[in-house]
Design a protein. Structure first.
Length: 294
């Protein structure tokens, strides 16, 4: 489409009249009308404001589509670097939400169903009210992987799981995972994990101290070691051999924390749940199998 056609379509999608768009830009409605009829072009200095008012980019106005990963990555990186602290975290989450809508096929819906109300980037990034209703948690799956996200104020997140070439099966072998899940299934062990993450005062301890301070017994200690939350080392103290336990930090600790947090999403009735399924194949399936002989 021409620049004028893109301006007109963008203005309509944003719900703006020519007068309203002109007011945003400090220009007369007649100027906007000339742009849309391709009778004149916006000044270079007006293009950034015009793109912002329409919720798009200058490249899109000129029908220049981002065609490489590098273009998209550099643009996202440059924008995030203009933010600091909490704004940078939330900026990354906002980008993630848009990724999920693209993976779910939202942006192709209007090509197929032109009568649907168009969902703009700003509307999707706003509080969880969309033309399809209220949604605070969502998921999407396809033969390439799946996503899970939440807009809950208490825990906003986006998880993206691209399926590995070998499939999910090898990661879910019962023989390997059973001790882990058995340990995590014990309520005293989960409570002990929360205590570990709440109290950063201790790093190294022995069993008598753990029993006195937290009421942990040998079973809880063993389960925490299965989960990788603590490690045991032999030590000699006052001419006696002793077992000392060290709290594990790093990525493993974050993974355990993630499981505890995700457990809070189990009550779907509390906040609603939208699921956009696209997969036509089961999650657990054989990968890299030879084609049947003819």
């Amino acid at each position: 489409m021409s620049l004028g056609e893109n301006i007109r379509e963008g203005r309509k999608a944003a719900g703006l009249t020519q007068e309203a768009l002109g007011e945003k830009l400090g220009m007369a409605a007649q100027t906007v009308s000339k742009w849309e009829r391709d009778e004149s072009l916006p000044d270079a200095s007006a293009l950034p404001k015009l793109a912002d008012a329409l919720g798009t980019t200058i490249d899109s106005l000129f029908d220049r589509k981002t065609s490489t990963f590098r273009d998209a990555a550099v643009g996202a990186k440059d924008w995030l670097l203009t933010l600091e602290g909490e704004d940078r975290w939330m900026g990354a989450l906002r980008l993630g939400r848009i990724l999920q809508t693209v993976l779910a096929g939202f942006w192709e819906l209007w090509k197929k169903y032109p009568d649907l109300p168009q969902l703009t980037v700003e509307e999707y990034d706003s509080p969880p009210v969309t033309p399809w209703g209220v949604s605070t948690t969502g998921g999407h799956d396809s033969e390439f992987g799946f996503t899970l996200s939440s807009r809950r104020e208490a825990m906003p997140f986006l998880l993206l799981f691209p399926e590995p070439k070998a499939g999910w099966g090898p990661l879910l072998e019962e023989d390997d995972a059973a001790p882990y899940w058995e340990a995590l299934a014990k309520e005293p062990v989960r409570r002990a994990l929360k205590q570990l993450y709440t109290d950063d005062a201790f790093f190294c301890f022995d069993l008598p101290w753990a029993k006195e301070a937290y009421g942990w017994d040998e079973e809880i200690i063993e389960s925490l070691m299965v989960l990788g939350a603590i490690k045991r080392e032999k030590a000699r103290i006052n001419d006696r051999d002793s077992d000392l336990y060290y709290v594990t930090y790093g990525h493993l600790r974050l993974r355990l924390m993630t499981i505890l947090l995700l457990a809070s999403t189990r009550n779907e009735k509390q906040f609603g749940f939208d699921y956009y399924g696209r997969t036509t194949t089961p999650f657990l399936r054989e990968k890299n199998t030879e084609p049947p002989a003819e």
